[in-house]
Design a protein around this ligand. Structure first.
Ligand SMILES: C=CC1=C(C)c2cc3[nH]c(cc4nc(cc5[nH]c(cc1n2)c(C)c5CCC(=O)O)C(CCC(=O)O)=C4C)c(C)c3C=C
Ligand SMILES: [Fe+2]
Ligand SMILES: [Fe+2]
Length: 372
């Protein structure tokens, strides 16, 4: 008999329970070539959370126009930032995963698995949740690597988690971090990284905070993303002790002809150069790890725009990546969101858990013995 549900046959519940933390980032192509960028973009841009247009209309635009042009253009951009280890988004997310895993196991003795999934491409959310379930994870915390909530980013991760739980016979207990845009330790980590950059290289004339954009229509429909970006910006300005004129906020990476969140980053850097700003510092607090959008779009493309418009230098301040401050802030966030889960207890007792596991196994053996 076939079944709609996947699960572990037989002795699944003999294992002692474990808890899991699943980091989820956007995903990235497997190689900087049009052939590998195409399927990545096709999956990404087919997500109804990303493009809210009637499907029939969008399918014509996507397959008729975008997937014929964009893969080659994007592949060229990816080629500029690709390293021997691969895509910076992937290697940066993996480095953050390893550091967070180490931090959590240093601070908590219990059985906690930390994994990384990609919303688009591999390893998928479904693959990683099923893997964690096979390893005995019965309590799951999902942490999308997006400080600000948007339906297009975090909302889409929630979709992927929900789609997975829907097909599990025995889904784990679930918690999910919606956003951490105003988390004090996160703001502190951002501020310290900007101050460290300034201490080493001196301060530019202005600081620009560039966030990824979304269509303005989504803001009007109730997406809190724009407001959360501005809240992050205000908290950061207050923490850094800057006047309103010294720090600006803009939105990058618009796609297509519709109006996106304003002001646009490319127009802003050009205008600042024309207005006589010589040295511009840019940071992208919406990205947990560096990626195409920061390393190519800001540090290369927008730098070129700024210089062409008469600026002297545009310096990109790197994302927090696997810096100790980001790792500590994320571990704090995880520990706050897993309160009450025994695997995260500071005094987790491995021996008592082992005894519980043996008792459960004895009960299961007896039951299976009776029922054949
Ligand atoms: C077309 C609509 C898009 C929306 C809406 C959107 C929102 C959004 N994206 C991120 C984070 C990232 N996006 C990245 C790349 C990227 N984004 C879009 C389109 C939309 N994003 C495209 C087509 C691409 C691919 C590259 C390109 O062709 O320009 C990345 C980098 C990926 C990498 O491999 O490095 C990130 C990260 C957020 C946070 C967000 C909503 C708030
Ligand atoms: Fe994007
Ligand atoms: Fe972009």
């Amino acid at each position: 008999m076939s079944s709609n549900y996947t699960g572990l046959a037989g002795y699944a519940h003999d294992q002692s329970a474990k808890a899991g933390v699943l980091l989820v980032n956007l995903g990235t192509p497997d190689a900087p070539t049009a052939a590998k960028v195409r399927p990545y973009l096709a999956q990404f841009l087919s997500d109804p959370r990303i493009i809210e247009l009637p499907r029939w209309l969008w399918n014509i635009i996507l397959h008729g126009v975008i997937l014929r042009i964009r893969p080659r253009r994007s592949a060229h951009a990816y080629a500029r930032i690709w390293t021997e280890q691969g895509s910076p988004l992937r290697t940066g997310s993996e480095a953050l995963l390893r550091a967070l895993q180490a931090e959590i196991s240093a601070r908590r003795p219990g059985p906690v698995k930390v994994e990384l999934a990609m919303r688009y491409g591999e390893p998928s959310v479904r693959r990683q949740i099923e893997k964690m379930q096979r390893e005995g994870v019965r309590r799951l915390l999902v942490l999308p690597l997006y400080p600000q909530y948007s339906a297009t980013s975090t909302g889409s991760v929630i979709d992927a988690v929900a789609d997975t739980l829907k097909v599990l016979r025995w889904p784990p207990e679930l918690r999910l971090i919606n956003d951490y845009h105003d988390d004090p330790a996160h703001i502190e980590a951002l501020a310290k990284s900007i101050e460290a950059f300034w201490a080493e290289r001196g301060r530019g004339d202005k600081l620009l905070l560039s966030f990824h954009g979304i269509p303005e229509r989504y803001l009007r429909a109730g997406d809190p993303y724009f407001c959360q970006c501005h809240a992050t910006a205000r908290l950061l300005r207050e923490r850094l002790g800057l006047e309103a004129g010294q720090i600006l906020t803009s939105f990058q990476s618009r796609v297509g002809r519709e109006r996106w969140l304003h002001p646009y980053t490319d127009e802003t850097v050009k205008q600042l150069a024309k207005d006589g700003v010589a040295r511009l510092d840019v940071v992208s607090p919406g990205f947990a790890v560096d990626c195409l959008e920061t390393l190519e779009e800001i540090a290369m493309q927008n730098r070129e725009f700024f210089l062409e418009a008469g600026g002297t230098d545009l310096r990109y301040i790197p994302a927090l990546n696997d810096s100790p401050d980001q790792v500590k802030a994320m571990a704090d966030l995880v520990l706050r969101h897993t309160q009450g889960w025994p695997e995260f207890a500071p005094d987790y007792d491995a021996e008592a858990a082992r005894a519980r596991q043996l008792a459960a196994k004895a009960r299961a053996d007896a039951m299976h013995g009776r029922t054949g």
